[in-house]
Design a protein around this ligand. Structure first.
Ligand code: GLU
Length: 444
């Protein structure tokens, strides 16, 4: 057993060389829970932390497919089954050229605590591929998904491991993956979430991550005696999460002035609202992964190769990918009057940015803020087990209750005088439940 955090992290780095993102995610959690861990000899004796950082299983496989020109393409597929103490492995699939084992291990590790926070019975997992959907035709995407599922189907099941979407995997991809699973296994079952409404999907699932993030921000603001209405927001990304968040912010009277893509950001001072929000869906469906066409369509400014964090706003909600806000971005946001940052992306801020933000504004981490997506996935699993579909109101009401409970958990474990350390609150709240379940289940 390591006596201090540095020894623990050094041992982890020696065992998992080069897995930078994974080390970053573990370090943040370990720093938050170290005090609780030291106070609890039962956790130490059972080596709970040492076991938690080792995925229960990692599956890596070849994904061969044929493109429209008849050429053979080879990608790498993964599923990291991280922790099943609380339920079947649960977490998304990411299709993006930046996908590596380190990225999926960081995401699977985070997912374990996020899922624990939702209060639903779900373990943590993550998977995906270095496949880039950018510029691919529908047929190519279908062939890739079929090849990916031909291997993955051996390892998953409604009581074992239930994947869903993430970056690059939306309703269309889930459809192709589900179709291939059903064909091979001859089973119509809730093995994936994010399904279409007519074949086992849940209402609100596409909007859930964005809606949930805004509900969480609502509770953060409430705690400060403030409200969403009248505030200006910057959002990054232009995918599913950004779309859901922008819709909800508009509904609650806020104004969103930015969206972004890998090509740069768009500044729309009148606010991204009405038909402009629906246009985001069109833009995404083109598979080009650029946001600039929005600026042309609505005659607003586009800033090539720049990040939206330079625009003065009250509240920032990163909705794109990991480490999208660095220390300089964080300083600029604060300098320009931003008083709250809530990550809707997973690990949206670098470690030094997080440290700075905790001191200088009200900051909440992805594993709490974006848990609404997987929470509604959990509700989709419940509906599949019941063979029932709930109404939009029912799902939305439950989502809101879950986000409020996550906020309460963060307050309970993170309150420090008049301030709330949401990082500590989320990590300790998520950790204790998983740790206690692992203790109860013995050395497995
Ligand atoms: N990919 C989402 C996340 O990061 C959703 C996962 C799911 O629904 O299983 O939490």
């Amino acid at each position: 057993m390591s006596n201090n955090i540095n020894d623990f992290i050094e041992a982890l780095e020696a065992k998992t060389p080069g897995e930078r993102e994974f080390h970053q995610a573990v370090q943040e959690v370990v720093e938050s829970i170290w005090e609780v861990y030291q106070r609890n000899p039962r956790y130490q004796k059972a080596k709970i932390l040492e076991r938690m950082v080792e995925p229960e299983r990692v599956i890596m496989f070849r994904v061969p497919w044929i493109d429209d020109q008849g050429e053979v393409q080879i990608n790498r597929g993964y599923r990291v089954e991280f922790n099943s103490a609380l339920g079947p492995y649960k977490g998304g699939l990411r299709f993006h050229p930046t996908v590596t084992l380190s990225i999926l291990k960081f995401l699977g590790f985070e997912q374990t605590f996020k899922n624990s926070l939702t209060t639903l019975p779900m373990g943590g997992g993550k998977g995906g591929s270095d496949f880039s959907p950018k510029g691919k035709t529908d047929n190519e995407i279908m062939r890739f998904c079929q090849s990916f599922m031909t291997e993955l189907q051996r390892h998953i099941g409604p009581n074992t491991d239930v994947p869903a979407g993430d970056i690059g995997v939306g309703g269309r991809e889930i459809g192709y993956l589900f179709g291939q699973y059903k064909r091979i296994r001859n089973e119509f079952t809730g093995v994936l979430t994010g399904k279409g409404l007519a074949w086992g999907g849940s209402l609100i699932r596409p909007e859930a991550t964005g809606f949930g993030a805004v509900y969480f921000v609502h509770h953060m603001l409430e705690n400060l005696g403030k409200d969403i209405a009248g505030h200006t927001f910057s959002v990054s990304g232009f995918g599913n999460v950004a779309w859901g968040a922008i819709s909800k912010i508009n509904e609650l009277g806020g104004k969103v002035v930015t969206i972004s893509g890998p090509d740069g950001y768009v500044y729309d001072p009148d606010g991204i609202k009405d038909e402009k929000v629906e246009y985001l869906l069109e833009l995404r469906a083109t598979n080009n992964d650029i946001v600039e066409p929005y600026a042309q369509e609505f005659n607003v400014e586009f800033f090539s190769d720049r990040k939206p964090w330079e625009v003065p706003v009250d509240i920032a909600i990163p909705c794109a990918t990991q480490n999208e806000v660095d220390l300089d971005d964080a300083k600029l946001l604060v300098q320009n009057g931003c008083f709250l940052l809530a990550e809707a992306s997973n690990m949206g801020c670098t470690a030094d940015a997080v440290e700075y933000l905790i001191e200088n504004l009200h900051y909440a981490p992805g594993k709490a803020v974006n848990a609404g997506g997987v929470a509604v996935s959990g509700l989709e699993m419940t509906q599949n087990s019941q063979r029932l579909n709930w109404t939009r109101e029912e799902v939305d009401k439950r989502l809101h209750i879950i986000m409020r409970e996550i906020h309460d958990t963060c307050v309970k474990h993170g309150k420090n005088g008049s301030r709330i350390n949401y990082v500590k609150g989320a990590n300790v709240g998520g950790f204790v439940k998983v740790a206690d379940a692992m203790l109860a289940q013995g050395v497995v």
